[in-house]
Ligand binder design. Structure first.
Ligand code: PBG
Length: 326
């Protein structure tokens, strides 16, 4: 006999708080969280970012005590974004060994060998047009020539000590190009987390202010994905796996939970998601307006990412979450 009401009562498993904890299917732990860091040129800079409450621009010297504090709170993985001194059409400053990201990597790996360091590999912060790839004279994204530049950026990060590189440009073939370049350069142990399925999303606004990376003309719709397409997102992700990605990321997080959970069924790789700037500020503004409890709202949002299949979550709220998890 199949049990059903009144013999079967699902509420029986919810009656005691201890039992509820014992049978929790999903957990959010500090080891699942990756904290973004914005590194700027100069010295003695620790400037709050207006669009991203609670997040700051740090020069390398000021980044060190901040990372030390994060490590003390149990957050041990970081993804670095750089703001360069100069921009040009090709984004050459992205591969400068004296750039903010490269300098930060050398200092951090030496000072905190226990920290795990990822880098965002893209051109948009470094190009004067703000696009993620190179542009032809006709104003078209030059996919294949962008690959060489992106691979050179990744190589410069590896040379400076990055443990993992995370290409976020959405050019076709970048994972393969980066893997080949890293291997040829003697960095076969540096891993790749691809921004595998990245939507052309309205939720990147606060980040683009923080990273000064908004496109100067047009938009990103020829390389980032249309939010209409779930199957195509899976193709993107599986293509990156074939090209050699070690971890696949889906982005944004809250608007792409379906893609994450479908991808979980299709690959054996670890998965990550990025609870992006606009999603984070949506939750924070809502809390500030009194519409939700910030702590419960943030914990629920991150747990939903884990439940959908994310092993790892890139989140600006890693430090607050770490405190609440304690
Ligand atoms: C760079 C990049 C972006 C984000 C991460 N890497 C912006 C974009 O694609 O325009 C967004 C992160 C966020 O919103 O928090 N390509």
């Amino acid at each position: 006999m199949t049990a059903r009401f009144p013999q079967m009562r699902l509420r029986r498993l919810r009656g005691h708080e201890r039992l509820r904890t014992m049978i929790a299917e999903t957990s959010l732990e500090k080891r699942h969280l990756i904290l973004p860091l914005f590194v700027v040129p100069g010295e003695n800079v620790a400037t709050p970012i207006p669009s991203l409450e609670g997040v700051s621009h740090f020069s390398v010297d000021c980044l060190l005590p901040f990372v030390e504090k994060a490590l003390g709170k149990g957050i041990g993985a970081f993804i670095l974004f750089g703001l360069p001194e100069t921009k040009d059409p090709c984004g050459d400053s992205a591969k400068n060994s004296q750039g903010p990201v490269q300098r930060a990597l050398r200092k951090l790996t030496k000072t905190f060998p226990e920290a795990f360091l990822l880098t965002d590999v893209c051109l948009c912060q470094y190009t004067d047009h703000g696009h993620c790839g190179l542009i032809t004279d006709d104003g078209i994204i030059d996919n294949d020539n962008s690959l060489k530049q992106l691979a050179a950026v990744a190589l410069s990060h590896a040379e400076a000590g990055a443990h993992m590189v995370a290409p976020s440009d959405m050019m076709d073939g970048r994972v393969q190009a980066i893997r080949e370049t890293l291997d040829a350069g003697g960095f076969s142990s540096v891993s790749i987390m691809s921004y595998a399925a990245k939507m052309a999303s309205a939720f990147y606004g606060p980040f683009r202010d923080a990273a000064d990376s908004a496109p100067g003309f047009g938009d990103r719709h020829t390389y980032q994905m249309a939010p209409t397409n779930g199957r195509e997102a899976l193709r993107e992700a599986l293509a990156d796996e074939e090209e050699g990605a070690d971890i696949l990321m889906v982005k944004p997080a809250l608007t792409c939970l379906d893609i994450l959970s479908r991808l979980r069924e299709k690959t054996l790789l670890p998965l990550a998601t990025y609870l992006v700037s606009g999603e984070r500020m949506m939750l924070r503004s809502s809390a500030a307006a009194g519409h939700l409890d910030l702590r419960r709202g943030l914990l629920e949002a991150h747990l939903a990412c884990r439940r959908a299949g994310a092993d790892l979550i890139i989140t600006y709220d890693a430090l607050d979450l770490a405190e609440w998890i304690d």
